[in-house]
Design a protein around this ligand. Structure first.
Ligand SMILES: [Zn+2]
Ligand SMILES: [Zn+2]
Length: 290
């Protein structure tokens, strides 16, 4: 399989492209008059920079929603990356081979399930698309061959910063909760919010030791107040949601904090036990009971 088949790209707004690793993670390319940014750099299983350079002729820097391994894998391909100060240590340390091995084990479980899912989808549901249909791993990939190089020394992003692309601005919103370094990027004029792992249509990951449920709830409540046309997300079957979805996510967090949620046992992508609070629009993972 050629590397280019690993990614799926499509425009979603003027000079904004989805750069998907379907079934895994979405990065987003946003171009202004003078330069472009790639919101996250993906897994690093396949080179992302040639894909991005096929979409824009502007110089491209990376800006991060947070430092988790599925969002920073392509950093070594770029000369400038930026992240919130709370993510610098994790970005600099890089993921361990053990983390990559766990991720690949999850991928293999997903790919094993995908055949049955595709068949049901074809017969009944018709939801799968090129955005979401997972592709086979390139041959020979394991945690030793998939070993992203070090990120460049990052620039820092802070609440209220403006990333100026020339005629287009992205405002940095610090939205801790999923992780202390999580940020979203708001293109106010176009009404676009890049939600990272703060807003997804699958489970919100609030179960890790570094997650902070009350902060996560406060961040989603803040996002729900924004005037947003489209939310561009990093994970799960839908890459793009309408702005009204932000209110549904915030309401789910508020109900969970208020004790108004049913918790069921589930497993996260590391196959670790968690509890899942299920709502109509989304769900939220919280730690398993001790
Ligand atoms: Zn994450
Ligand atoms: Zn993620």
């Amino acid at each position: 399989m050629s590397w280019s088949r690993w990614f799926h790209t499509r425009p979603v707004a003027r000079d904004v492209w989805l750069v998907a690793e379907p079934g895994h993670v979405n990065s987003w390319l946003v171009a202004g008059r003078d330069r472009a940014v790639l919101v996250d750099s993906g897994l690093g299983i396949a080179p992302i920079r040639p894909v991005v350079e096929g979409l824009t002729d502007r110089p491209v820097d990376v800006v991060h929603t947070h430092a988790h391994l599925d969002h920073v894998g392509g950093d070594a391909e770029f000369s400038r990356v930026a992240i919130h100060a709370a993510g610098v240590a994790e970005l600099t340390a890089g993921a361990s081979a053990a983390e990559r091995r766990r991720y690949l084990a999850h991928t293999r479980r997903m790919l094993a399930a995908a055949d049955a899912y595709r068949s049901l989808d074809r017969d009944f549901f018709h939801l799968l698309s090129a955005d979401s249909d997972p592709r086979p791993l390139p041959p020979g990939v394991d945690e030793t061959t998939w070993a992203p190089g070090p990120a460049p020394t990052p620039d820092l992003l802070a609440e209220g910063d403006v990333v100026d692309l020339g005629g287009r601005e992205l405002r940095v919103l610090h939205t801790p909760g999923h992780s202390p370094d999580s940020v979203c990027f708001l293109d106010e004029r176009a009404g676009l919010l890049f939600g990272g792992d703060t807003v997804n249509t699958g489970p919100a990951y609030a179960q890790a030791p570094e997650a902070d449920l009350p902060a996560f709830a406060a961040s989603t409540a803040r996002l729900a107040e924004l005037d947003v046309h489209l939310v561009l997300m990093a994970h799960f079957g839908r890459a793009v949601a309408e702005g009204a979805y932000l209110r549904e996510v915030a309401d789910a967090f508020a109900r969970l904090l208020a004790g108004d949620a049913v918790l069921r046992p589930a497993r996260d992508c590391d196959d670790d036990p968690v509890r899942e609070a299920v709502f109509d629009a989304c769900s939220i993972y919280v730690p398993a009971e001790e």
